[in-house]
Design a protein around this ligand. Structure first.
Ligand code: GDP
Length: 339
């Protein structure tokens, strides 16, 4: 009988971890995510290796961003939607915001499980990220986590975020389709949701279309349909649908999946799907490059010392930030090489 390996041992061996993840070992998937999220210097090498092995095996999913203000019903919706998809034979990964952690660091409300029935299913994988420390639950590592769950065989990936603006742009930049959940009523003021977020949406759904709210939900949907006519469409091939649903009663969920499939098929047929992913990957490369260069600059003692002097001069209004930045960079790089 093989001796049980400690979490650390297999974390150190990216090949083994990748193989276990591919074989459907959920704990291996969890450990892989922890590894790529790690900021420890000695985790960097195995994390890179893991991504190197798994990236070519990823990509075979539809990536869905879901957003909406707290209370709109995101977790109720994802639970209902996720269960529905699993019943149809899909495997669903949810990279979710954990609202409890924003308040308590995970302790006070930590016991309350969101998406309880979904989390019990083997075809589902839910990874909460602490809302407090990140941009609406979206971390710098969410993109990498998407690749890992795809390599593990999940073919529907849902990235949830709360309506705080910047996080929506980030999520729209890493998903194939952006679904915005709205509440009945609300009307023109768009419920505190910025117009920019509505412009990101590929699909708008008014939730809670049940009981006393049913009529209001239909009216809101009609209002949004009208309002959308004045927005520039994201694609000439896609008229953004506005639907209603009741996540609580599971009504309208199937229709939403049908629309998502239609969107995917339309975009794949035109080549836009692949083109959008390629452009997302290119932008990701540039942002990683910028991050890496900045990290090098910060780690360099001479540059750090120079930065202090420049910061003082800039703060005192004696030097323009643009000139200071150029000086810093030119001192750091010489003839195309790090000095
Ligand atoms: P989140 O903060 O966006 O994740 O919202 P939740 O899923 O936690 O839902 C907030 C509240 O709205 C809860 O009390 C839910 O039971 C309720 N809710 C969610 N979906 C529906 C729905 O379709 N109809 C009704 N009537 N209530 C809902």
């Amino acid at each position: 009988m093989p001796a049980p390996t400690s979490a650390n041992d297999s974390t150190r061996d990216p090949e083994k971890l990748a193989a276990a993840l591919r074989a459907g070992d959920r704990r291996a998937l969890g450990r892989a995510i922890t590894l790529v999220e790690s900021s420890r210097a000695d985790d960097r090498e195995p994390a890179n290796r893991l991504l190197e092995v798994l990236t070519p095996l990823a990509g075979k999913s539809i990536r869905i961003g879901i957003s909406g203000v707290p209370g709109v019903g995101k977790s109720t919706f994802i639970e209902s939607f996720g269960n529905h998809l699993i019943d149809k034979g899909h495997k669903v990964a949810v990279l979710a915001v954990d609202p409890s952690s924003a308040l308590s660091g995970g302790s006070i409300l930590g016991d309350k499980t969101r998406m309880e029935t979904l989390s019990r299913r083997v075809e589902a994988f839910i990874r909460p990220s602490p809302a407090g420390s990140t941009l609406g639950g979206v971390t710098r590592h969410t993109r990498e986590t998407i690749l890992l769950v795809e390599a593990a065989g999940f073919n529907v990936v849902i990235v949830e975020t709360v309506g705080v603006g910047q996080s929506e742009t980030a999520v729209a930049g890493m998903t194939d389709l952006f679904l915005l959940l709205l509440l009945p009523g609300g009307g023109d003021e768009l419920q505190g949701i910025k117009r920019g977020i509505v412009e990101l949406a590929d699909l708008i759904v008014v939730n809670k279309a049940d009981g006393e709210l049913a009529t209001a939900a239909e009216r809101s949907a009609a209002d949004y349909r009208n309002a959308l006519r004045f927005l520039r469409p994201r694609s000439v091939r896609w008229q953004v649908p506005v639907e209603t649903c009741s996540a609580l009663e599971g009504r309208g969920i199937d229709r939403i999946w049908t629309l998502i499939e239609k969107y995917r098929d339309t975009m794949q047929a035109s080549g836009d799907f692949t083109a959008a992913r390629a452009s997302q990957a290119r932008r990701w490369l540039w942002s990683e490059t910028a991050e890496s260069l900045l990290a090098l600059l910060r780690e360099d003692p001479a540059a750090a010392a120079r930065m202090q002097t420049l910061e003082q001069a800039v703060a005192a209004g004696k030097l323009s930030p643009r000139v200071a930045a150029q000086e810093l960079v030119q001192n750091f790089w010489k003839d195309g090489k790090l000095k």
